[in-house]
Ligand binder design. Structure first.
Ligand SMILES: Cc1cc2nc3c(=O)[nH]c(=O)nc-3n(C[C@H](O)[C@H](O)[C@H](O)COP(=O)(O)OP(=O)(O)OC[C@H]3O[C@@H](n4cnc5c(N)ncnc54)[C@H](O)[C@@H]3O)c2cc1C
Ligand code: FES
Length: 283
């Protein structure tokens, strides 16, 4: 299997350009960096609001896109850091540390197997970037949101199949399956043959557990991106550990999500221990 050449991280001052509302809950953030930051789909950056903002720690966000020195992210307001991001004014300073982490496999790694992308909510950026950069006619994207208002229709631009928890607020001319995105994938007509495929997913833990189970049942390779809480983003604080299989006596160990992930093979993860708080100790 070909080795991915992963770009080295840099820390770049950046200025806020704009927040664009892509759906009722999803906001696209555009930043102007001092220098280009090449990245691969699935890599993330630690965003730090400099200046007088009430948020000194950096927060991890997957990179949605980059053009020259303009870099875009997609986020949902969940706490004080993302609230401060939503209130930024033009030109306000930030620092971007990235690109960080292990990316999703590229075309050299997936070979001629078709790819199935399954994104839930803010899990869209890495997979959207994968589809834009590498997508071939047989590769399929599936996006799950809360309702029609929560779906970033323009961003998906007709190239994604959509599912919603509740079929309300669906704009005229758009279609959405009502139910779980994993149900949509499981019953999707083009996926009923026994062709080997590669599934890549990013989203909430229950979604990742369900896609891992589906991939196992279908004998598809499966790669998932995990969104752990992160302190540093580069392996120093050990605040982002996830339980992975290990050959040692315990049978598992803690892996850093920021350095060894955020993309893992689904079979590496100890799903029975993952997302169950508090994480037991491996020693
Ligand atoms: C590799 C990676 C990529 C990510 N990419 C994106 C992205 O593209 N878009 C996006 O919106 N978010 C993404 N996240 C999650 C994002 O980092 C958190 O939403 C953000 O840090 C919250 O900061 P806050 O200060 O607003 O919230 P806080 O005030 O720190 O927390 C508010 C609430 O959000 C919860 N929360 C905080 N961090 C996370 C997390 N990592 N996962 C789940 N819940 C969390 C807290 O438990 C709390 O309930 C990513 C996380 C990782 C690790
Ligand atoms: S975030 Fe610090 S070690 Fe992963």
């Amino acid at each position: 299997m070909a080795e991915l050449i992963v770009p080295s991280p840099i820390s770049s001052p950046a200025g806020f350009i704009t927040n664009v509302r892509e759906s009722s809950g999803l906001i696209r953030l555009d930043l102007e960096l001092d220098q280009p930051m090449p990245f691969l789909p699935g890599q993330f950056a630690m965003l730090n609001l400099a200046g007088a903002r009430p948020f000194v720690f950096s927060r991890p966000f997957s990179i949605l896109a980059a053009k020259g020195t303009t870099m875009s992210f997609l986020y949902r307001v969940v706490g004080r850091g993302t609230r401060a991001m939503a209130e930024l004014k033009a030109g306000e300073p930030m620092t971007v540390l990235g690109p960080l982490g292990k990316p999703f496999p590229g075309l050299a790694e997936v070979g001629d197997k078709p790819v199935v992308l399954v994104a839930g909510g803010v899990g869209l950026p890495p997979l959207h970037n994968w589809l834009v950069r590498y997508g071939r006619p047989d590769d399929l994207g599936f996006f799950g949101g809360r309702d029609g208002g929560d779906i970033p229709w323009d961003l998906l631009a007709g190239s994604w199949q959509v599912s919603v928890d509740k079929a309300v607020d669906i704009p005229a001319g758009q279609n959405a399956y009502e139910g779980l995105v994993t149900e949509l994938v499981a019953q999707y007509p083009a996926l009923q043959d026994d062709r080997p495929r590669v599934l890549m997913s990013c989203g909430p833990i229950p979604l990742l557990k369900a896609v891992a189970a589906l991939a196992k049942e279908r004998h598809w390779d499966c790669h998932v991106s995990l969104e752990e809480h992160m302190g540093c983003g580069y392996g120093a604080c050990k605040g982002c550990v996830v339980p992975v299989q290990d050959l040692g006596p315990a049978g598992w160990r803690n892996a850093t999500c920021c350095e060894e992930g955020p993309v893992f093979e689904a079979e590496e993860i100890c799903w029975d221990k993952y997302g169950v708080a508090p994480l037991p100790r491996a020693d």
